[in-house]
Design a protein around this ligand. Sequence first.
Ligand SMILES: C[S@@+](CC[C@H](N)C(=O)[O-])C[C@H]1O[C@@H](n2cnc3c(N)ncnc32)[C@H](O)[C@@H]1O
Length: 255
Amino acid sequence: MEVFERYAPYYDLFYREKKYEGEVDYVDSLIKKYAVGETKTILDLGCGTGGHAVLLAQKGYHVTGVDRSDTMLAIASEKKSQKGVSVELQKGDICTVDLHKRFDVAIAMFAVMGYQTANDVLESALVNAAKHLNPNGLLIFDAWFGPAVIAQKPQDKILIKEEGSGSVIRLTRPHLDVISQMVDVNFTVLHVENDVILNCVQETHKMRFFFTKELEFMFTKTGFQTVGMHPFMELEGKLTENDWNMAVIARRAPV
Ligand SMILES: C[S@@+](CC[C@H](N)C(=O)[O-])C[C@H]1O[C@@H](n2cnc3c(N)ncnc32)[C@H](O)[C@@H]1O
């Protein structure tokens, strides 16, 4: 079974406190700062349950979301109906999907690029993003910043959320592999009600972390120019070992 399929039903519960509004305002600020010309259309690569896509649509952008997980897309579809906004949702792999149209901006939020762990897979994701962008179009994503991951090291964590009359407990046991630039994020999710385990999900999310020079190189190879890499949620600023999350902005080279 694909990663996320069994984790997906709990996704919005776990990330209920994630500041999607603030992140969408941030993306909007990056667009206003760096876009050449007016931005009307946004492609959300790895849109998941549509947290960003729906809010961007509410801001007036025409948004298309792509994800390979049926379950995540089903939740996104329900969310857009509930909010009464129009977001086009498409099942597909961001490395290969062909939407037969181009966008002003592409985003890949919440470490989506980190899931493209192999170099050739990351390259395909970037090539395909470039293929879907208008000349000068922006690619914006957040990613784990290597120096911070190595300095701080991923930690075991426990998260407990109340769900109806029960609880959902998530144990996170990450394994860092510095040489392969990867963290295996091992999740165990237990849905418990009245001393009974209703569901137990175990998933490993393989996450890659990045260094600025490799991204610059990858961008050059895939038809992008690097615009900037900053601490996530900052418009300016130099990355340090304190910045686990970085914002990456690249521009599709004009053809
Ligand atoms: C951490 S979630 C982020 C979802 C959403 N962007 C958000 O911020 O809530 C990562 C998402 O990326 C999707 N994903 C990862 N790699 C993908 C790929 N190659 N093609 C399509 N979707 C992918 C997963 O299915 C998952 O929904």
